[in-house]
Design a protein around this ligand. Structure first.
Ligand SMILES: [Zn+2]
Ligand SMILES: [Zn+2]
Length: 336
């Protein structure tokens, strides 16, 4: 045989005299009654009944005689049973492969109790959780979308402007040495576990029984690689770096249109010394205050600076109020 895979005899039972476990290669005729072997009666033996095939050259699956259906060796020219030529004969039927999974693997056709618990209860739980989530989403949507019309009078204005002041500081921290910035001073270095990685760990093998069609079958090893998780050790560094960090925030505020918005005066030292300061990000906010003409309640809208002054004090605007959460729909205000 090629590949050196072990080859064993198929077994067959005689349907005339009831003789069991006849050998597929050795017994071309029933040892009990002499009836010819029926290739459709062949089956794979149990492990303890395996009989190895030795010194039997494999020439291919048997040919079914086109005249009398008897299986003949592929090498034969004429049927030994009826004398018919075999060149128009096809292969005899073969048994489907039998797959023996590696130890510890539950085969797909195993009985129910050997398999993981059915997922019907899991499905029920998922269904309930999904239903509750859907209800939550629906109620949030209702709260956000349920609106009534209203008329609002501008009652006031306010603005805020902020400048963040940053200070250049020396900072100690611990990072993976790979991630240390170029200007960092490494104070110390040690090995630490950084997650896990997969390493090859041999293979796990099952076996496939393949009917060769001539009364024998071969056993083909089927292996898949195995992996194990191992700790991944990498260098951890204690470093000192200089960084710009938020030191404080300067604020200017106004409470009417009359106070023109202005930025706080930020006097910084400049330079990049330790302790030097610089200007960081700026933020600004412009707010219009309204009174609801219906119930006298107050609400506010944040607007861009360009629109802020257009909301003249005392002017009336039509818009929507969110019924559940309160608050004006600030994007859809129309002057009356
Ligand atoms: Zn027989
Ligand atoms: Zn024949």
């Amino acid at each position: 045989m090629s590949h050196g895979e072990p080859v064993y005899q198929m077994l067959w039972d005689c349907r005339y005299c009831g003789q069991k476990k006849l050998l597929g290669i050795t017994h071309r005729f029933c040892a009990g009654c002499g009836a010819p072997q029926d290739p459709n009666a062949r089956y794979f033996p149990a492990d303890h009944e395996k009989v190895a095939v030795q010194g039997h050259p494999y020439v291919g699956a048997d040919v079914a005689c086109p005249a009398c259906r008897q299986p003949m060796a592929r090498a034969a020219k004429c049927c030994t049973n009826c004398g018919s030529p075999l060149d128009k004969g096809g292969d005899v039927a073969r048994r489907a492969d039998v797959v023996v999974p590696p130890p510890g693997v539950v085969p797909a056709n195993a009985p129910m109790q050997a398999r993981p618990p059915a997922k019907s209860s899991l499905g029920l739980i998922l269904g309930i959780v999904g239903g509750v989530l859907l209800l939550l989403v629906a109620s949030v949507l209702v709260m956000a979308l349920w609106k009534r019309e209203g008329v609002f009078e501008v009652s006031g204005h306010s603005w805020e402007r902020h400048i963040t002041i940053e200070r250049h500081e020396a900072v100690k921290k611990s990072v993976w040495c790979d991630d240390a910035p170029g200007n960092a001073r490494v104070l110390s270095r040690r090995k630490e576990q950084r997650g896990t990685k997969k390493e090859p760990d041999g293979e796990t093998c099952g076996m496939r029984k393949q009917d060769l069609g001539n009364g024998s079958y071969k056993e083909v090893k089927e292996c898949t690689p195995k992996f194990k998780e191992v700790p991944q050790m990498e260098d951890r560094c204690d470093i000192e770096v200089t960084e710009w960090r938020r030191a404080r925030t300067l604020t200017e505020k106004g409470a009417s249109l009359a106070e023109a918005p202005r930025w706080p005066a930020a006097r910084t030292s400049g330079g990049t010394c330790i302790g030097c300061e610089r200007e960081g990000p700026r933020t600004e906010r412009y707010t219009v205050e309204f009174v609801d003409a219906k119930d006298g309640s107050s609400a506010t809208c944040e607007v861009p600076e360009a629109q802020w002054a257009a909301f003249a004090k005392g002017s009336k605007w039509k818009g929507n109020v969110r019924v559940m959460t309160g608050g004006i729909d600030c994007d859809n205000l129309a002057r009356l």
